[in-house]
Design a protein around this ligand. Structure first.
Ligand code: COA
Length: 410
């Protein structure tokens, strides 16, 4: 049977430093249960000063491409809302760092957290037309809000990489989808700001409206119903959002109030990784998908998964895919779980020092201190150019973390 285009390989990366939300809550004089139960978050990843969206994406991409014939790559598409240059695509830095062929195109795409899904749909169309080609999607972001703001516990950082091809080994996408676009100001980041501006409560309302509208479009396009899905993945600004969204979807499709057991079965495996990495904007839905495939106890072969992608501002898409036979052989659960478990725990003052570090914006040369636990780092700025370097061989395990002792030298 001929399969639709889909995911041949996928991987994610998150920095080697994290902050426990219980510690953050106590420091900010909040009840820890607000963050842990109310938002559904336990930890958040914190990028050190020598990592950015390029280095995180390169780490994820290097993993996803292990064993891939690079000559078949048509393009690398980089989705981010934490861009590092107004003109040059972050994809070109990654292209060089992971040694892609010069025949492979490289460009960047943006629409808040939904840019990665737009990239994925472009890639599906391309490999459907040209089944001999592959497309690499990378999505990488640092979720930053102001210190002490309501958004602070929903920060995080990470990147994902998905290899899209006509011969998927993990998930085959259904061709139908439903989308919704409306000009709203729920979340945005002007060029002169390092932190996003967000109307948090409004963004939740718009997220749910966009879910209804996208679902209606998806249902009209495909005829599929709520009960046609075994599992559901949602964009995860914080994991409680998935619960709100899933309850909402059940209500608008006539399934009334879901039980706690329904939520655990439909959602829990897709939340495990995001609960400890925090938000990674463009990557977050796909980190959830990886978490589902790697931690769900049942064999998902042949099961249909519903996916909802939301990008503030706003654009949203509901789409779906079917899990491919043999998918478990192509997962990287050990690698991913070791990376999450090996992270160095920061104290709140250490996290604040990392948070406050900025590369200079006035044009002087600058060298960063070595902190990264990944394979790539930004070494600094020279003549207004970002200088990236590889820290260790791609075939070696991730280098040991640099240690908390170095944290004072940001
Ligand atoms: N124990 C258990 N739960 C608690 C609690 C406690 N002590 N205190 C509060 N809570 C619950 C609240 O009831 C609420 O849950 P509910 O929504 O089911 O009612 C949840 O914790 C959050 O509390 P709330 O007072 O609504 O938080 P907030 O106003 O400080 O901010 C966000 C929450 C999400 C709006 C904020 O973190 C934010 O702006 N994040 C960034 C934007 C974002 O993620 N948008 C999502 C769509 S993209």
């Amino acid at each position: 049977m001929r399969m639709n285009a889909g995911i041949e390989a996928l991987a994610f990366y998150t920095p080697g430093f994290s902050l426990g939300l219980e510690a953050l809550a106590r420091h900010r004089r909040q009840d820890p249960q607000k963050y842990i139960t109310g938002l559904g978050q336990q930890r958040m990843s914190v990028p050190p000063p020598d990592e950015d969206v390029v280095t995180m994406a390169a780490n994820a991409a290097a993993r996803a491409l292990e064993g891939c014939d690079l000559s078949s790559l048509d393009s690398i598409i980089f989705a981010t809302e934490s861009g590092v240059d107004q003109s040059k695509a972050a994809a070109i830095y990654v292209h060089q760092l992971i040694g892609l062929p010069t025949t492979c195109k490289a460009f960047e795409i943006k629409q808040a957290c939904c840019g990665s899904t737009a990239a994925l749909q472009m890639a599906q169309a391309l490999v459907t037309l040209r089944p001999d080609k592959r497309v690499l999607i990378v999505a990488s972001d640092v979720a930053r809000y102001g210190l002490g703001t309501a958004g602070e516990p929903t920060q995080g950082a990470g990147a994902m990489a998905i290899l899209v091809s006509a011969t998927p080994k993990l998930l085959s996408f259904d061709p139908e989808s439903g989308s919704y676009t409306e000009d709203v100001m729920d979340f945005w980041r002007p060029n002169y700001m390092d932190e996003a501006l967000v109307d948090g409560k409004y963004s939740i309302k718009i997220y749910l409206k966009a879910l209804s509208e996208s679902w209606n479009g998806y249902h009209a396009d495909s005829g599929r119903r709520f009960e046609d899905f075994t599992r559901f993945c949602y964009h995860l600004p914080f994991t409680r959002m998935a619960e709100k969204a899933h309850r909402h979807l059940a209500r608008i499709t006539g399934h009334g109030e879901l039980t706690h057991a329904d939520l655990e079965t439909h959602l829990r495996p897709s939340l495990r990784y995001n609960q400890v990495t925090g938000n990674s904007y463009t990557a977050s839905l796909y980190v959830g998908l990886i978490s589902l495939l790697e931690t769900d106890p049942i064999d998902l072969t042949g099961k249909r998964i519903g996916l909802f992608s939301y990008g503030s501002g706003c654009m949203a898409t509901y789409f779906s895919g079917v899990v491919v036979e043999g998918y478990r052989e192509h997962l990287r659960a050990d690698q991913h779980q070791r990376m999450l478990g090996d992270r160095i725990e920061l104290t709140v003052p250490e996290y604040e020092r990392f948070y406050e570090h900025r590369l200079p914006v006035t044009g002087e040369d600058y060298a960063t201190t070595v902190h990264t636990c990944g394979k790539f780092r930004i070494a600094g700025i020279r003549n207004h150019k970002r200088i990236y370097e590889q820290v260790s061989d791609l075939s070696e395990p991730m280098p040991a973390a640099s240690g908390v002792a170095t944290l004072s030298r940001v």
